[in-house]
Design a protein around this ligand. Structure first.
Ligand code: FE2
Length: 121
């Protein structure tokens, strides 16, 4: 999964197929930057998605506040063939059930601390 962010306005886009020349993606007149998972100063224990395997499913949790100005926007599971995304509203508990797929990747996106990822073993 590849995402870009505008350092000026905060716009975030998910890239389906990246550009291979040097023109990049432009927003607010500047090139957008790559979003790198687990790279901000946010606390790992409050942002990394965790999971509990329950039969053929996993219960995914993020131990994070869900306040008006600081919350988990979504959790996403990516496999070789599928992407499943669950979007949260302020005040909801950031938990969701996904199918268990060994080797898949879980992502969580905090509106202040960006992208976080965990591998499903
Ligand atoms: Fe956060």
């Amino acid at each position: 999964m590849k995402m870009k962010i505008c350092k000026n306005c905060g716009a975030v886009v998910t890239v389906e197929r990246d550009c291979h020349c040097s023109c990049g993606f432009i927003c607010c007149g500047d090139k957008m930057s790559d979003v790198v998972a687990n790279s901000t100063d946010g606390a790992k224990e409050k942002h990394l998605p965790s999971y509990e395997k329950i039969g053929d499913e996993i219960k995914v949790k993020v131990n994070h506040v869900m306040d008006d100005d600081h919350y988990i926007e979504w959790v996403l599971m990516e496999t070789d063939t599928e992407t499943i995304k669950h979007t949260f509203k302020v005040g909801e508990t950031p938990e969701v059930i996904f199918p268990y797929v060994k080797g898949s990747t879980l992502y969580a996106y905090c509106n202040k601390h960006g992208l976080w990822q965990t591998k499903v073993e």
